[in-house]
Design a protein around this ligand. Sequence first.
Ligand SMILES: [Zn+2]
Length: 368
Amino acid sequence: MRKRISTFIAACLYYSGLITLARWWIRRSAHHLVILNYHQATGGDLRRHLLYLRRHYRILHLEAAMEELSMPSKHGKRVGDRRTPLVLTFDDGYYDNYTHGLALARELQMPFTIFLTPGYTESGDYFWWREGNRLVSHTQVGEATIEGRIYHLDRPKERNRLAEAILTRVCQATSVAERQEFLRVVRQALPVSPSVAPEEKPALPLKWAEVREMEESGWVSFGVHTMHHPILAYLTDPTEVQREVEECRTMLEQQLGHPVRTFAYPIGQLQHIGDNAIRAVQKAGYEWAFTTLYGFNTPRSDPHLLRRIEVDVSQHWLVMAAETAGFWGLFSRLRWISAMRKAPYRENKALHPPSKILEGCDPKPLRP
Ligand SMILES: [Zn+2]
């Protein structure tokens, strides 16, 4: 229902000409950069999104766009294409970015950047925010005991409860080792077949051969997104934060054979990033770091807190068009203000259940 309402409002904005007006307004305010943040490339009509964006924006490689933004005087006399520059980014490194994203990038000649999680590229494991849900959905056991609590899995409600409990636990882990150990116990309690179903493949991590092939195509560039995708603000040991931020770059640089300059915070809202992570990124010497704070970037933007607009391939292209033009910022800000009035986040974490937190990472609700 919410999706239909969003599409209806977006259609009103589009067909009334307000989106065109907003695009014109952004264009006339010089030196704005729009950065979109996708995750998976399948599950919707990415081609339709890209055709709209290619028509109305000047699509750039991320690093070229950042250089242009940081040195506007050098690029200020640019003539010809006066459309607002826009960059496409995809977080995490899903397999469908290779199968679907690369094909579209080649066909439509539109570059994009993937913020990769090298720990997963290396291991090939399911991403942690998907694994509990997968185990609960696929296991054949009728009963499981997790952390002292018995779940009767023949009852759908109990399956949902268990999936949510696993997600809560992995989300709130205070170290990667703690999360891995918990998942090891869960895998033992919920055995599943090791084979991968065809419908699961698009959500698996990219492999190194695919990463290299994508980069060699010239259409895809890579930044990093930590080694294991922890929620950085929840890590209690600052040295682990530093390690997560730095080791991923070393591994990716070894694979690609050139320096990596860009970083994206996992689940990039400020309360999930934390001050330690911002300091770690600065100390590591990244030139640019990207959040999922909504908004446009200007030459005055903090290079380690750059903004991105979260979109999703499952959205109707009209909704994506409205968000990209700045309308959804208004709606989300209004929602945020009313939520903060009711319950400030820092005072009551329980009001942000894991599925809500993970919207920033994986927009699809995780339900068995
Ligand atoms: Zn992510």
